[in-house]
Every structure is written in structure tokens, then in C-alpha cells.
Design a protein around this ligand. Structure first.
Ligand code: MF3
Ligand code: CO
Length: 276
């Protein structure tokens, strides 16, 4: 149909370069979190480090003040799935922690999350985290022009279902991102392929699967933020921001842009050109 405008925020290549700056701040902070998060450290301390890195980079927080959110990271431990506020409780050996972080550079957002095992790895948790991470990559690989939105959702779901009897959250999912952290479209982590809007060059999406060792059901604590599993089962959460470019997906919040994964899987991508 001629004259049709996209319902979504369409970025120019220059705007993607600004989003890349934000993405690299996020990548640096999350890499640092993976080093610092050890038994005895508190999530308050991790938040402090992230604040210092933001300031040093001359970037702003996507999270601080967002609907009144008080911190720059979300730090969700064990049965906390997402959106947990940092606190003074020391991390313990065997905990599983998700750190979610967003940065703004020149008005453009980047958003990503990693799951970290604290101290001793526990086989079941490692498998859950690995599966959730791989499901995110399967989704990122589908972030290509001409695909439909639910092709991403389906790739995420299939990867998790094929790996084991994990719970997949339905109340939360990925989202469009750009001049705001949360924009249309929502990106569910389940669904049949071939549905929803067509993906076009210039869209940017945050893809963020959340999976549990038990049921998919969650509730929000009295702090109005922390999302926990209702059965107390532990959870994992991974997230990256991806740009849909002429040449394929470019993962703005990964240092290598996704080059390693995309090359290994034969997926066209401009990532290698921009790897740092
Ligand atoms: N990255 C998170 C998400 O997309 C946002 C955290 S909510 C905030 O769900 F309030 F902490 F910003
Ligand atoms: Co997000």
C-alpha cells in the first residue's frame, strides 16, 4: 500500500550508530557485573559500580526514575525473575542472579540483561541459564527484514521447549526500543510463527526471554516491582537490543554485535564490521 508509514519508530543508519554507543555502555557494565558478582557482594554494591560506570561514560540511566524506579540496575536473585530492586543482602554461593541494565546516550537507549551464577555452579541452574541465553540468540537471529514478529517469539519458545520442562513467562516479554526504553511492539516469548507485523529495516527490538525451573506463573511483591515465581522455583533472564539492518541483525548490546553466533549459524549480519 503506497504512502503507508510504519507503526514503529524507524531508525536511520546514523541513529543506529547512536544506539550502538548506548549499547556498548550496557555491554561494558554487564561484563563488569559478571566479574563483580561473587559471594558476599551485595546488589547495592553492584548498583553503585554501574552508576559510576554510567557517569564515567557520560551516559544516563534508562531505569533510574522510570515510573519511580530507584536504581540503575535490576538485580533479581533466585525465585525473583525480573525487576528486583538492589538491596544490602550479600549474594550467597549457589545463588542465580539476573542483572538488567539500560543506558541512554544522546537520547538513544540500549537495554540488556545477563544471568550470573554466584560462586559454585549448580548443574540445573547452568542448564536453565544456558537454555534461556540460547533462546534469546535464536530470537535475535530472526530479527531480519521480511520475517514476521512472531517468528522471533516462536524461535525463543521452541528453543526452551526442546531443552526441558521449563516455565516460560507470558506476562512479560521483549519490546521495541529507541528514543524510549519501552516502545511498540511487544515481543512475546511464545507463539506460532508467521504472525504479527512484518519486520522492516530500521526497527530495533529488545529480546528478553525469562524462564523458570518450575511453573511459568509469577506475582509482584508489595514493593510493586519485584516479580517472583509463585512456586518459588528459580529463574533465568537474558536480554539484548538488536537493530534490524539491510544486512541482517546487529546486536547493539554485544561487543561483537553477535558476530560469533551469527557466523557459526550462517546468518547474514553486519556485526563483524562493527565488532569491538
Ligand atoms: N529492562 C527492563 C525491561 O525491559 C526494564 C526494567 S524496568 C525499570 O523489562 F524500571 F527498572 F527500568
Ligand atoms: Co527490556
Amino acid at each position: 500500500m503506497f504512502g503507508r508509514k510504519s507503526k514503529f519508530e524507524i531508525k536511520t543508519p546514523d541513529q543506529f550508530l547512536l544506539m550502538r554507543k548506548a549499547g556498548l555502555v550496557v555491554a561494558d557494565v554487564l561484563a563488569r557485573m559478571q566479574v563483580e558478582a561473587v559471594p558476599g557482594v551485595t546488589t547495592d554494591q553492584l548498583d553503585r559500580i554501574a552508576r559510576e560506570m554510567l557517569q564515567a561514560a557520560g551516559a544516563e540511566s534508562s531505569f533510574l526514575g522510570y515510573f519511580g524506579y530507584p536504581s540503575v540496575i535490576c538485580a533479581s536473585v533466585n525465585e525473583e525473575v525480573v525487576h528486583a530492586i538492589p538491596n544490602p543482602r550479600p549474594l550467597q554461593d549457589g545463588d542465580i542472579l539476573s542483572v538488567d541494565f539500560g543506558a541512554i546516550v544522546e537520547g538513544w537507549n540500549g537495554d540488556a540483561a545477563v544471568t550470573i551464577e554466584i560462586g559454585t555452579a549448580i548443574e540445573k541452574q547452568t542448564a536453565l541459564s544456558k537454555t534461556t541465553e540460547l533462546s534469546m540468540w535464536a530470537g535475535l537471529a530472526k530479527a531480519a527484514a521480511g520475517n514476521r514478529l512472531s517468528d522471533i517469539s516462536h524461535a525463543v519458545e521452541k528453543t526452551i521447549r526442546n531443552a526441558g520442562p521449563y516455565g516460560i513467562l507470558e506476562e512479560y516479554g521483549g519490546h521495541g526500543i529507541g528514543t524510549k526504553m519501552h516502545m511498540d511492539p511487544l515481543v512475546p516469548n511464545y507463539g506460532e510463527p508467521g504472525h504479527g507485523p512484518e519486520l522492516v529495516v530500521g526497527m530495533a527490538l529488545a529480546i528478553e526471554p525469562m524462564a523458570t525451573l518450575g511453573s511459568r506463573h509469577v506475582r509482584t511483591l508489595e514493593d510493586d516491582w519485584t516479580v517472583v515465581t509463585t512456586d518459588g522455583s528459580r529463574a533465568a533472564h537474558w536480554e539484548h537490543t538488536v537493530a534490524i539492518t539491510e544486512e541482517g541483525p546487529w546486536v547493539l548490546t554485544a561487543h561483537d554485535g553477535g558476530a560469533a553466533y551469527f557466523q557459526a549459524h550462517g546468518i547474514p549480519s553486519p556485526a563483524a564490521k562493527f565488532a569491538v
